[in-house]
Design a binder for this molecule. Sequence first.
Ligand code: ADP
Length: 454
Amino acid sequence: MADHLRKYEALFNLTPQRMRMIVEAFKESLELGLSKHGQIVPMIPTYVFGWPTSQELGNFLAVDLGGTNLRVCLVTFEGKGKFEITQAKNRLSEEQKQDEGQRLFDFCGKCLKAFVDANHESGPISVLPLGFTVGLALSLVTMTSFSTSLSSSRTHTKGFGAPNTEGHDVVEMFRKSLSKHQIPAEIVALTCDTTGTLIPSDSHYVNPKTRIACIFGTGCNATYMEKVKDIPKIADLGIDPEMEIAINCEWGAFDSFEHENLPRTKYDQTIDESSKKPGEQAFEKLISGRYLGEILRLIICELIDEDVLFLGQNTYKIEIAYSFDTAFLSLMESDSTDELLMIIGIFNHLFALETTLAERQFFRALAKLVGRRAARLSACGIAAIVSRMGYLEEGCAVGADGSLYNKYPMFPERIHEGLFYIFGEKGKNIVTYRAEDGSGIGSAIVAAMTKFRK
Ligand code: ADP
């Protein structure tokens, strides 16, 4: 297996020099996105202005519709950055994600209704303000107040295949289901998951050095604060140029269509060509939880076709597209037994395949290559924002969430290693940290900021 491994090492390795080239191209894409509408990396102004004061008070609901899970939270702010959170998580089935838009939102309404009934005693002021977070890219056409324009919240790309979700007003759809289920809540703010993660990170809520928030889950994305005067495409809106506004980068789109900058292997190309949206979300397809297991599976299938692996065994289970979850890569990398018992278990129980020790070592090494490339590319994205904003000298913290970041062994360490390769010693000034469930709290804070500024 050693010869094969060398071949894959060459394909998946990213040298510091290559990483620096990617960072430069990434930075240009971010700048282009800020200067004009409709660019590859859309750089969407969220119209969430500045940071919370940490004086927010009261009960707020947050609903976070992610790529895999639906989370509902009740957050009680007690002032001075103190808060209590109660939350529930519901896994979305493939059918639900592909379902007709209104039905998906009805499911959100049903979960929220059960949650509110169980966790909130309605008092005299019974209508709860609600912050809604959607893991879909949001194109916000107009701005009506200091909050996101709720009347023009149309999704425009990626994520769910849900028909009738794209191009529709998601807030209106959700409102309908709130009313159908008689939920005492009013949607007052709409954010994306990275903005939700960024907002509580600064100020007194979490980590005052935070400047960037990232998600590494089913998909990947980043948000950071930009001064209005540095966003040419909204220069004519008459907003105070000194104000800071959260920019939802939607950076998963970097290098889409052109494919000039990222090191795409033939496995990445296969994933892209057989995806619902070929050409799109090029960066995300090399990085996020949805795809890493599939990359490894395609390599294994290639070696099956070449008669290198599983000769004489029935391989139909592993030949099913997307049957190899990214969580298996995590399990494989964390297997510390001599015999690699976890890897025996995965192949045996889930795919009915017998493996030799040499094969298991090979699979673990492959998982490391795929996982490390994803982390290094993630470092390139972070480095592009750091470099654009000049955060390197002073240093900054990056709040991160998502199962890939939280559960994949060494993912954060490999991002830090990547930053070191890109920036040298100064790369150590950029530190990522776990901002788990930040997006729910953030969404509630944005709802509170909206409420208090009205
Ligand atoms: P969401 O994207 O809905 O917010 P998560 O952050 O949990 O949800 O991300 C789900 C993605 O993370 C899925 O693509 C899944 O394959 C992947 N994943 C789940 N568990 C693990 C794990 N232990 N290690 C790595 N990836 C994981």
